[in-house]
Design a protein around this ligand. Structure first.
Ligand code: J2J
Length: 537
């Protein structure tokens, strides 16, 4: 494997290898499931249905096609596909070939994609032609101009001057993989807090272990039908237990184009969906919609809510409204995932974000000096375990700040833990906005704003929002009077920043409040905007 990947401490590695990991690869897992389940439907999208046998076959044919194109073990490929069956054909093909996909989101634009391609030295970029009214080929043209490593752009649909995915299948090919369970399988994206998104390297072994544990806790089996309403490249719908957990368990994955009640409720009724995972704003919309709509949702056994804090008021309404179990999920693409258990008391399910899924997850709650705090006291959550990374890809000195010397990941989340290990998320000390589950690294957007000729300084903070939980507010010190918020937003859009990162609100000020150490006092800025919002209502 090429450099840039963290090495695990040998002792820990051998311990997990013995105690936890199943020593499978994604490729071997799919082969086994194809043998067991054959013509059973694995994936159903709006346009396509694939049995386990077909998915396995397509993955082989594509792996052979990608190999013929010159992609080889250790290469990286930026993958930006919506919730369609091709996502999995491509993914499993790359897994078999040992090529690592970087899981970009459909909402990413030039700024993010160009960075991922360059940073990962991606050999290929795989896209849909058009989706959600956006033409990804236009983006590919711009990115390819700037990225010498990017040899191929492969398009699902109308390829124009690029390669068409449909020409890549080597019909009837079978493919023998040369991949080990301890190889890194893909690069997931971090929410980030400093600068750009970091890339998270996950191994076949550690990720598959997270599927095994998720399946146990979420009751997944071959009768499970999982509805994917969030963008599938997110770690949560991919693995908690998500699409990959469902396939591991031999169930059926149903892909929704979006989380609207029109789409989701119709699919739950038609496909007899048993479990789905959403973020808090989606469940709020569903709760409202449920009052007036009459689809039969009785197949639903579990609604998972995670990605951002669910209010206790909303949590209380979910089981009565949908006649099923609520499961809170608090996880992170770096590893650790916590679940409330399906038979937990209402109290637990409403007020906590669950407990770690593995008995081998280690949890430390510490104060600012890294001293362990007492039970039920709030502190930062540090964690280490059999599926939590030991470092970011090419993380450099950032790895030293993000991990302790003994390999604990600093989550940046402020939590408290009760006697039985259940965690409640109380806040965050990382400089990030959690906009309804979408994470925004303040510094990334601030740096872009600082590139504007009228901006002397910029500080981005969260502001409370009844629907998304948080939205973003940019405080700006301008060089001159008369600068307009709209022109700054337009500037960010034009440099190709994903829409969810563009500040929801911009406030102009003469100076920023400062901490005693002379840093921007973001706590005061958050209070300032909160007071202003309160006065307006
Ligand atoms: C409060 N904050 C939460 C929750 C995540 C399962 C579920 C979610 C993610 C995810 C994931 C939260 N309450 N229930 O990868 O496998 C915030 C925390 C956390 C950060 C991680 C999974 N659930 N969060 O959201 O990598 O701040 O993963 O550290 O996108 O989201 O974000 P991400």
């Amino acid at each position: 494997m090429t450099s840039g990947f963290p090495t695990w401490p040998e002792e820990l590695f051998h311990f997990y290898e013995k105690e936890c990991w199943t020593n499978e690869t994604f490729g071997s897992m799919l082969k086994d499931r194809a043998k067991t389940y054959g013509e059973k439907i694995a994936i159903k999208s709006n346009t396509k249905e694939l049995s386990y046998r077909e998915l396995d076959q397509k993955a082989d044919e594509l792996a052979a096609g990608f190999q013929k194109l010159g992609l080889k073990k250790g290469d990286k490929v930026v993958l930006q596909l919506p919730n369609e069956a091709e996502f999995f054909e491509v993914c499993f093909a790359l897994f078999r070939l040992g090529v690592l996909p970087v899981f970009a989101l459909p909402s990413h634009r030039y700024s993010e994609i160009q960075y991922f391609c360059e940073f990962a030295e991606a050999a290929a970029y795989i896209i849909y032609d058009k989706h959600g009214g956006y033409d990804y080929r236009k983006l590919a043209r711009e990115v390819q101009k700037e990225t010498p490593s990017l040899k191929h752009v492969i398009v699902v649909g109308e390829a124009e001057e690029f390669l068409s995915l449909s020409d890549m299948y080597e019909k009837g090919a079978s493919f023998t993989e040369d991949v080990e369970p301890n190889d890194f399988a893909f690069l997931q994206l971090s929410g980030g807090s400093t600068g750009r998104s970091k890339l998270i390297p996950r191994m076949h072994n550690d990720y598959i272990y997270s599927l095994v544990k998720s399946n146990e806790i979420c009751g997944m089996n071959e009768d499970s039908v999982y509805l994917t309403v969030l963008p599938v490249a997110h770690n949560y719908p991919l693995s908690s237990p998500g699409v990959l957990g469902t396939l591991y368990g031999g169930g059926k994955v149903v892909l929704a184009r979006d989380p609207s009640p029109d789409e989701a409720f119709a699919l739950i009724e038609k496909e007899n969906v048993t479990i789905t995972g959403v973020v808090p704003p989606v469940v709020l919309i569903w709760l409202e919609a449920r009052k007036t709509r009459n689809e039969d949702l009785s197949s639903l056994q579990v609604i998972q809510v995670g990605g951002a804090k669910l209010s206790a008021e909303a949590a209380k309404r979910i089981s009565p409204a949908f006649g099923c179990t609520l499961q809170q999920v608090y996880g992170m693409a770096e590893g650790l995932v916590n679940y409330t258990r399906l038979h937990d008391s209402d109290e637990r399910v409403i007020f906590t974000q669950g407990k770690p899924m593995s008995e081998y997850d280690e949890i430390r709650i510490v104060d600012e000096n890294d001293q362990i705090v007492g039970i039920s006291e709030v502190g930062e959550l540090l964690t280490r375990g059999p599926y939590t990374i030991q470092g970011y890809y090419k993380g450099g000195s950032h790895n030293e700040r993000a991990f302790t010397k003994d390999g604990f990941y600093r989550t940046g989340d402020l939590v408290k833990v009760d006697e039985e290990g259940y965690i409640t998320v109380e806040g965050r000390h990382k400089d990030q906005i959690n906009r309804g589950g979408e994470k925004i690294a303040a510094e990334e957007v601030e740096n872009h704003l600082l590139a504007h000729e009228d901006v002397y300084d910029a500080a981005i903070v969260s502001m409370p929002d009844p629907f998304l939980g948080e939205r973003s507010c940019a405080y700006i010190i301008p060089y001159r009077e008369g600068v307009k918020a709209a022109s700054l937003k337009k500037f960010l859009k034009e440099i190709g920043l994903a829409a969810f990162k563009i500040p929801d609100r911009i406030e102009f000020v003469q100076k920023f409040p400062q901490t005693p150490l002379g840093k921007v006092d973001k706590k005061s800025l958050r209070q300032m905007i909160e007071e202003k919002l309160n006065q307006q209502t």
